[in-house]
Ligand binder design. Structure first.
Ligand code: ADP
Ligand code: G6P
Length: 489
């Protein structure tokens, strides 16, 4: 414990992630507008309140000039954020290329189409070089702001090279790394040309965390099979140095959602939604417009349900809110047109002059509108083809204290391991199964809904993001003390 003015001082935490909690848009030479970023990582870390935290990350925008950089640094400082400025070409190769076109699909067991796979193979080395360069730039900024005793917590697949860079600066720095995506089977990871270099740099951290025990186990077997290291119940051992590897399942700031339902603006939104969809059951999907979310599969399953259940056609509506993401990556552009095409076809097929079965919005909603939507929903549909955790399913449960709606959840989301007993689990690739689950959910008797909801609500309100962060950081502190004791023996 550190002390200041006779009182315990909150531990200083440097959170390092590619994405900052706010994204910047330039409004003039030296003026910037900041808006909340969208994504599970940001949602998770916003719940981290018990530390004296600073957030280091890329501002999501190219700022080539000093005036702009100075103004943005100042604006971000008010939010306790520290920017890493990356040049456009580096962003293209590191973020669009290596992170989102190589690591992201690989970690989610998705393969690229043949022509993209060849192009990716050709550009692999230059993208990996940019990735290392970008990670080194993050390390430089961390190093400038680091004070002795700080905990440095690195996040996600963008920064797998960072633990090694930081330890090269200062071997005593307390470094943790957490992955917000799945870690795939070692058989998948070993196809990556840079497989060993990435594993070696991650294990330079003192503590390595994953959402589930399975991801942690895959990581340890990748280290044993690819690097030939020893896997122990605690983690991975390399020439006497132990890197702790463990599961730390993430949660949300559940209180924020539970309380929001009683707020006036949320109640107002709910009133409008209830009027708008009176007489119809509301089904909801909330996702980033990403191929891992299985949005086309979800919509096709809904079509099958309508096809097989004509009695439901004018009694149910699917609201799909999909915020565009990584729009410079061609695969994401293709997905957007694909989703629009399917939605248009189904609305043409089952719509009437007064109503359509699917409302699809390509945009993000503010917090109040989102909570209201969750609260009026009868059935939430989360059909990720793979997903590290999936916090949308947690948010839905937190907002359902009164309605006790049903959650249909992909068995390939990390959340299936924690909310599986209350949700209806589905294989999103099997649209017949998903269509049958939609029918089951809509017909579910109130007592079964109540039982399932209570199970999940208890989990969501007791496994929060605050608890997740506190456990990770305390384990990181303990790991370091234990390592010091071991070296003294
Ligand atoms: P991922 O980490 O892949 O983004 P998660 O489900 O874990 O997926 O987290 C997504 C986060 O982004 C949630 O907090 C959710 O509320 C938010 N989000 C996703 N889509 C939207 C949207 N259309 N509008 C507002 N927030 C959204
Ligand atoms: C997932 C990743 C995060 C990322 C988020 C949004 O949650 O795990 O690291 O921030 O998606 O994606 P973006 O590319 O916009 O940061």
């Amino acid at each position: 414990c550190q002390w200041q003015d006779g009182r315990p001082r909150r531990q200083r935490l440097l959170v390092v992630a590619n994405r900052l909690p706010v994204s910047a848009t330039r409004k003039g030479e030296d003026s910037w507008q900041l808006e909340m970023s969208v994504g599970g990582l940001v949602t998770a870390l916003l719940g981290v309140k018990d530390f004296d935290a600073r957030w280091i990350g890329w501002a999501g925008v190219n700022v080539p000039d000093d005036v702009g950089q100075r103004a943005l640094t100042k604006a971000l400082a008010e939010k306790r954020c520290i920017p890493v400025f990356l040049e456009e070409e580096i962003v293209h190769q590191y973020y669009n290329g290596y992170c989102n076109n190589i690591l992201w699909p690989l970690f989610h067991y998705l393969s690229l189409p043949q022509e993209d796979r060849l192009a990716t193979t050709r550009s692999f080395q230059s993208q990996f070089d940019a990735y290392k360069k970008a990670n080194q730039m993050f390390a430089d900024v961390v190093n400038q702001h680091y004070e002795e005793g700080d905990v440095v917590w690195c996040h996600d697949y963008h920064l797998m090279f960072l633990p090694k860079c930081l330890k090269e600066y200062n071997s005593k720095m307390k470094v943790g790394w957490f992955l917000h995506t799945p870690f795939p089977s070692s058989e998948i990871h070993r196809t990556l040309p840079s497989r060993s270099e990435l594993l070696r740099s991650v294990i330079a951290a003192d503590l390595v965390g994953f959402h589930t025990y399975d991801y942690a186990r895959h990581f340890v077997s990748a280290c044993t099979r690819i690097l030939g290291l020893e896997g122990t119940p605690e983690g991975v051992e390399d020439q006497g140095k132990l890197t702790r590897v463990a599961a730390f399942p993430l949660g949300i700031d559940s209180e924020r959602f539970v309380r929001a339902i009683d707020l006036h603006p949320v109640q107002e939104h709910m009133k409008v939604l209830k009027q708008r969809f009176a007489g119809r059951k509301v089904m909801l999907g909330v996702d980033r417009l990403d191929m891992i979310k299985g949005i086309p599969q979800k919509i096709l399953a809904f079509e099958k349900f309508l096809e097989e259940n004509p009695q439901w056609r004018d009694k149910v509506v699917l609201l799909q809110i999909a915020v565009p993401t990584r729009t410079d990556v061609p695969e994401y552009q293709k997905l957007t047109s694909q989703v629009h095409e399917i939605v248009g076809r189904i609305n043409g097929r089952f719509g009437t002059l007064t109503a359509v079965p699917i409302h699809h919005l390509d945009r993000s909603l503010d917090f109040h509108a989102l909570c209201a939507l969750y609260a009026v929903t009868d059935v939430a549909l989360v059909t990720s083809l793979r997903d590290g955790m999936n916090l949308v399913s947690y948010e839905f449960v937190a907002c359902q204290a009164s309605k006790k709606g049903v959650l249909i959840l992909s068995e390939f989301a990390g959340a299936a391991q924690s909310l599986g007993a209350g949700a209806i689990l589905v294989n999103p690739w099997n649209i017949t199964d998903v269509a049958a689950s939609i029918k089951y959910a809509l017909d579910m008797p109130a007592d079964e809904r109540e039982k399932r909801h209570q199970h999940n609500f208890k989990h969501v309100t007791t496994h929060t993001s605050q608890e997740w962060a506190a456990t990770f950081v305390s384990e990181l502190n303990d790991t370091i003390v234990e390592a010091q004791l071991r070296t003294r023996q």
